[in-house]
Design a protein around this ligand. Structure first.
Ligand SMILES: Cc1cc2nc3c(=O)[nH]c(=O)nc-3n(C[C@H](O)[C@H](O)[C@H](O)COP(=O)(O)OP(=O)(O)OC[C@H]3O[C@@H](n4cnc5c(N)ncnc54)[C@H](O)[C@@H]3O)c2cc1C
Length: 311
């Protein structure tokens, strides 16, 4: 395509990016959405979404994202393939380059590049992803109602996930490598009070097994315990809670982030530290990480861009 000039370049095609594109184009503002390595974003990894408003009978992740894309295109937003590899935010209009040699000149930018879940690296995590392996308790917990599950990790996310799951599942194991949890004390206290959570310290999951989806995990205890050092625990669900990585490396030398790489705003709107660059979705959200929230911030970013361009 070569050189593309646009009023607003939206980087990322998840719920945040498509929603921003839909709002901007509907307001008559020329918007270009660049897809990135995963057109449609994280939801395309999941079969069934039960908590996106408007779909009482649930909807497939891929189908939902195709509808969002269609709705953005209906009002004129352009979708292009490619991944931004360089960005120069030193002066407006901004200049950006993509991996396919396309170059962009944009009056404004919305960064909506999302975040990816980290896993422990087991081969069997990949094998059963979406078939019992998940990195999102709020998204997938309901599928394990009244069943036994295991959460892997020892921080606030792991304990928060365990508490969330304890209200839905029969029993929740929490496996942590260290002899202690890193989670804040208040969360640990709540976990201790929950009758159906069992903490397994100095424990590593070495294998996830099952014929048709997850049926259990093999764990290795690293300390001398009265129990066997290797044990199989039957569970229907395995939740990785070992952290997430916002996809912001390409911008982090110019855009302010926290130490984990999440883009910072002033908390009131979607402005970043660079005038004319806005942010939406999971790449600025270490807390909520839900599609409806990402879509909501996409709408906010579009409204902020509109105000900025008209001021
Ligand atoms: C397995 C799974 C199941 C989930 N289930 C649910 C659920 O049931 N309900 C729910 O509400 N939420 C669910 N979530 C969470 C939800 O997917 C996210 O909160 C949401 O997708 C975040 O939207 P986003 O637009 O911020 O980012 P993402 O969806 O992560 O999209 C980011 C986009 O940025 C693009 N990108 C990245 N880097 C670049 C670059 N350099 N240049 C250009 N583009 C780039 C990517 O290709 C992608 O298109 C689930 C997540 C996962 C992983």
């Amino acid at each position: 395509m070569g050189l593309i000039t646009t009023k607003c370049l939206i980087i990322g095609s998840g719920p945040a990016g498509y929603t921003a594109g839909m709002y901007l184009s509907r307001a008559g503002i020329d918007a270009t959405i660049i897809s990135g390595p995963q057109p449609g974003g994280q939801l395309t990894d999941t079969h069934e979404i039960e908590n996106y408003p408007g779909f009482p009978d649930s909807i497939g992740g891929y189908d939902l994202m195709e509808l969002m894309k269609k709705q953005a295109e209906k009002f004129g937003a352009k979708n292009v393939l490619g991944q931004i590899t360089e960005a120069d935010f030193s002066k407006r209009p901004f200049h950006l380059k993509a991996d396919n040699s396309d170059e962009y000149v944009a009056d404004t930018v919305i960064i909506a590049t999302g975040a990816t879940a980290k896993y422990t690296g087991l081969e069997s995590e990949k094998k059963y992803l979406g078939q019992g392996v998940s990195a999102c308790a709020v998204c997938d917990g309901f599928f394990y109602r009244k069943k036994d599950v295991i959460v892997v990790g020892g921080g606030d996310t792991a304990v928060g996930d365990a508490l969330y799951l304890s209200n839905i599942c029969n029993k929740v194991y929490v496996a942590v490598r260290k002899p202690y949890l890193r989670a804040t004390q208040i969360l640990q206290d709540r976990m201790k009070a929950a009758k159906n959570i069992e903490l397994l310290t100095e424990t590593v999951v070495t294998e996830i097994y099952g014929n048709d989806g997850v049926e259990g995990v093999t764990v290795k205890f690293r300390k001398d315990t009265p129990e066997e050092k290797v044990r199989q625990i039957p569970v229907a669900g395995y939740f990785a809670a070992v952290g997430r990585k916002p996809q912001t490396d390409v911008f982090s030398s110019q855009i302010e982030t926290d130490e984990a790489g999440y883009i910072l705003t002033n908390g009131k709107d979607t402005k970043t530290n660079i005038e004319g660059v806005f942010v939406a979705g999971d790449c600025a959200d270490p807390v909520y990480r839900q599609a409806v929230v990402a879509a909501g911030t996409g709408a906010k970013a579009a409204l902020d861009v509109e105000k900025f361009l008209n001021s």
